[in-house]
Design a protein around this ligand. Structure first.
Ligand SMILES: [Zn+2]
Length: 61
C-alpha cells in the first residue's frame, strides 16, 4: 500500500485510484491548495520588475 503526505496538511493519504483527491487527503485540502495558487500565495520571489522599468510612467514636475 502506497501512502503520500497531503501537500496541504501533511496527513498520510493512501494512493489509490478511488481517491480522486490524491495527493490531497480530502476535497477541502485540494480546494485550499488551488485557492492558494489563485491568490498567488506561492508567488516567486524577485519576480517584480526593477525600479528602472522603462515602461513605468515618467514623473513630471
Ligand atoms: Zn490534507
Amino acid at each position: 500500500m502506497t501512502t503520500v503526505a497531503c501537500p496541504r496538511c501533511q496527513r498520510d493519504v493512501v494512493w489509490k485510484p478511488e481517491n480522486k483527491f490524491r495527493p490531497f487527503c480530502s476535497e477541502r485540502c485540494k480546494l485550499m491548495d488551488l485557492g492558494a495558487w489563485a491568490n498567488e500565495e506561492y508567488r516567486i520571489p524577485n519576480a517584480t520588475p526593477p525600479d528602472d522599468d522603462p515602461s513605468a510612467p515618467q514623473r513630471i514636475d
